[in-house]
Design a binder for this molecule. Sequence first.
Ligand SMILES: C[S@@+](CC[C@H](N)C(=O)[O-])C[C@H]1O[C@@H](n2cnc3c(N)ncnc32)[C@H](O)[C@@H]1O
Length: 227
Amino acid sequence: MPFTPFKLFDSLPIEPRLAEIWRRFESLSFVGNQMPENLMLVDFFARRVEGDLVECGTWKGGMACAMMAAVGASRDYHFFDSFEGLPPADGRDGQRAIDYQADTASPNYFDNCRADYEAFHRLVHSQGVPAERIHIYKGWFRDTLPAFPADRRISVLRLDGDWYESTMDCLTGLWDRVSPGGIVIVDDYDPWDGCARAVHDFLSRRGLASRIYRTPVTYVPYIIKTD
Ligand SMILES: C[S@@+](CC[C@H](N)C(=O)[O-])C[C@H]1O[C@@H](n2cnc3c(N)ncnc32)[C@H](O)[C@@H]1O
């Protein structure tokens, strides 16, 4: 029988603790009203599955800090970003992505999603997580992902790099490091065609039958690693 995602509830009681974290960090993040359900997923999986938390595509650090606030100081966090903004979109990302990047005067351009490295570094190091538990990888994913330590596993992998190649690089580089039962949140699956294409190309290439699940209210897309 065909399955299409459907809306289960009109609203979900958001744990006050997570709502407070959302309020604190929403101005430093593009995640918007999907942040509370992101945090519910992050909190749930980080507490049940062995491994570190990883975000690929951090921008100013709003979601990175929110994850640290939700899960706490006893875990390791890995943050990957170019701090030079997005790489050029290409045909796999679709015309809308190419047009977005060409329209540098648009109020939605945000300097091509460029964030300042020093400001990010200061911010994530002021959240009460010991410095030795915070790992920042500055540069293009394809160059920095191999530096993810060989002995570490991942409980929560948040992909937020917008484009096809960025998403594919992260899946190729980190999928095998996600613990069984761990979660991969795919932030850009809905807004950007290239991201959705990369997810399906990757799963297909690896012969995986993984489903794209959705949270009930804001439809945050995620995969639970079972294979
Ligand atoms: C939409 S922003 C991330 C939003 C962020 N997670 C938040 O909480 O708002 C996308 C980020 O991905 C980074 N990025 C995209 N592709 C990349 C790549 N191939 N290598 C490194 N960084 C990349 C950009 O620099 C940008 O900061």
